[in-house]
Write a protein that binds this ligand. Sequence first.
Ligand SMILES: Cc1cc2nc3c(=O)[nH]c(=O)nc-3n(C[C@H](O)[C@H](O)[C@H](O)COP(=O)(O)OP(=O)(O)OC[C@H]3O[C@@H](n4cnc5c(N)ncnc54)[C@H](O)[C@@H]3O)c2cc1C
Length: 390
Amino acid sequence: MTTVKRIDPRRPFIIAASGLRRITLGDDRVADATNAMSFASARGSHAPAPKPRRVYEAGGRSLLVVAHSDRGALDEHARQALAAAAIVADARTEVVLLVLGELTDDAAALGADKVVECPALARPAFAPDRALAALRDCVAAFAPAHILMPDNATGDGDLGRRYAAQAGADIATHVVEIDAEHVGCYANGGRSFATRAWPQVILLDPETVSSKLPFVGAGERVGVPASGSADANRYADRGTNQLDAAQVALEEADFIISAGNGVTDIAAFETLARALGAAVGASRVAVDNGHFTRDKQVGATGKTVNASVYIAFGISGAVQHLQGIKDCRHVIAVNLDASAPIAKRANLTLIADAQTTMTALTQAVEDAKQGRAVPIAPAAGTNLREDVAA
Ligand SMILES: Cc1cc2nc3c(=O)[nH]c(=O)nc-3n(C[C@H](O)[C@H](O)[C@H](O)COP(=O)(O)OP(=O)(O)OC[C@H]3O[C@@H](n4cnc5c(N)ncnc54)[C@H](O)[C@@H]3O)c2cc1C
């Protein structure tokens, strides 16, 4: 089954802080402004103006957003659920965020007014009863009017359904349309569209909301007394299986190294991928040249990936390629040309030869594995450029 992300043309609109608008491929005015400010600041020009704090009257109602974190950060889908609450919240509503796992992200910047952190419930530990108990404790403490969660397959969608079933709460799942009054989702296998007033629990599909906010929340860290109501451990957590990175579908890979036309030593590239335990991707030119099979192609006519780390060796960063990596968290580019478009998207750019860099990296990984960790000395002519991540 393919998991390539598609924008559904029948989806009516996306909610953004600037109002409702027809869905686009992810660019909006606020995002553009934010990016422009990031690049401006990275290049030493004027610093972006701080965003104003969203003010609300204490003692009003609250909206609770619940999501697992991943190594201290919320993924884009969870950020969208949080942004939905922050956008819809009125002057008497506070937005409370319950994080299952650690949170090192700036919660205020993501729109949260209060943050409850449960580091012990981090993925990949499988503890549905304890997560449910933490959610119930938060509901008891804040009496939220509604609960919003990302409808994902990595724990949050399951938790929302468990909570609704146990609490007898009404729920809307796979919500693709939301505003202050109603939510909407497809019904009858996608043949019709159903809307209703906000239920108690709302599970949002990805890309329903723009996570870019023109304001910040209060971001206050708070604790919630645990009721100790977790049911006896009814599940055995048997851990996770480690797969060979080469067998992981590109769309699911967390760490990808990708080769473009600037990579001539394919054997060295593949050796590096094995040493790093990274999945392999490629640009269309590298695929057309016969170096990689078509299923490795990343981009508009290939796979859309959302790795935490994506290293692009010798890839120019054509718009069709960038489309495939728009959801990647950290992009590192290795390119001889400092003005290649990939450098604008990358969080870190190495102006260096791909072949030399790959060999040096493989050596450094082998050294580290054998306990001979030595800092990598940049080869002559290597230049580093770090851009502020948007
Ligand atoms: C309809 C359509 C759909 C497309 N879909 C896709 C798609 O899904 N995915 C995709 O990738 N492309 C796609 N393309 C093609 C896309 O437009 C680009 O042509 C392609 O991405 C370029 O691949 P590249 O960056 O590897 O090669 P090039 O454009 O040739 O760039 C090579 C880069 O490597 C650098 N370089 C050269 N030598 C070295 C070295 N020794 N060390 C380090 N860097 C070096 C160069 O500075 C350059 O930036 C599509 C095009 C069209 C028209």
